[in-house]
Design a protein around this ligand. Structure first.
Ligand SMILES: [Zn+2]
Ligand SMILES: [Zn+2]
Length: 242
């Protein structure tokens, strides 16, 4: 016999049908996308660079690095993403970021936990927004994801360990070098919180990996403050030529 909560949930499901997160059409499955939208999203699968998660077009041994990571290793140990950021997947993220598409957070978080590497009780941190931007936007989409991921994996959610001390111009139109410079000194760990980081593994959560400059700047600060290692997890990932 079904319990009351599950019967109640079924009743609610009948009243509020599930919708595709991309086109809004009513769907029967719980995967979040309709059959037409599903093939439009390029989900990232192996092989990819062990460090930055850049997908490779050819088979290569496990643990191999891309040219950029072999040349200069980022501060984060691994970065993983769910799908390639393309014209098709962009609207999923933009809707989530700028409009009231907050109901997508549980779905996106469930996709993200499937992409993350195996970690032992990391602290789950969102890439922070500057308070002025948070004030205008009212929520930090990365924090919503980090919180959900922490709940699903039973990890510790630590939203206030890392703060953005400087408001940086939007990274949108900047080159890779400009992005690195732009976020260079943007983040810090409050002095009183440093002891909480000591020897800990950290999972940094953001919506999009563009060049990795923001995640790298955060990882650098976290390691300097005593973190043992830093990993990154994003929903989308920009892949050149895609
Ligand atoms: Zn759809
Ligand atoms: Zn790489």
């Amino acid at each position: 016999m079904q319990s009351y909560p599950s019967l109640f949930k079924r009743f609610v499901d009948l009243l509020i049908p599930l919708r595709c997160s991309k086109c809004g059409s009513i769907i029967e499955n719980k995967e979040g996308l309709c059959a037409s939208c599903w093939p439009l999203i390029s989900f990232i699968t192996k092989p990819y660079c062990f460090c930055c998660g850049l997908p490779f077009d050819f088979e290569i041994e496990e643990g191999a690095l891309c040219g950029s990571c072999s040349q200069e290793k980022p501060f984060y140990k691994t970065a993983r993403a769910v799908f390639v950021y393309t014209a098709e997947s962009k609207d999923l993220i933009l809707k989530f970021k700028h409009t009231d598409s907050l109901h997508s957070a549980p779905l996106f978080a469930s996709w993200m936990v499937r992409s993350v590497i195996d970690l032992q009780n990391p602290l789950c941190l969102p890439v922070p927004l500057h308070w002025t931007r948070l004030f205008m936007r009212t929520y930090n989409q990365s924090a919503l994801l980090a919180q959900r991921i922490a709940t699903l994996k039973e990890w510790v959610y630590s939203p206030s360990l890392l703060i953005r001390k400087r408001r940086t111009p939007s990274q949108g139109s900047l080159s890779k070098t400009e992005r690195i410079k732009n976020v260079g000194h943007a983040f810090k760990i409050p002095e009183a919180k440093k002891s909480q980081l000591s020897g800990k593994t950290v999972l940094l959560v953001d919506d999009v990996f563009t060049t990795g400059a923001t995640l790298n700047a955060c990882a650098k600060v976290l390691l300097k403050a005593g973190a043992h290692e830093v990993h990154a997890l994003t929903l989308g990932r920009v892949v050149k030529d895609h």
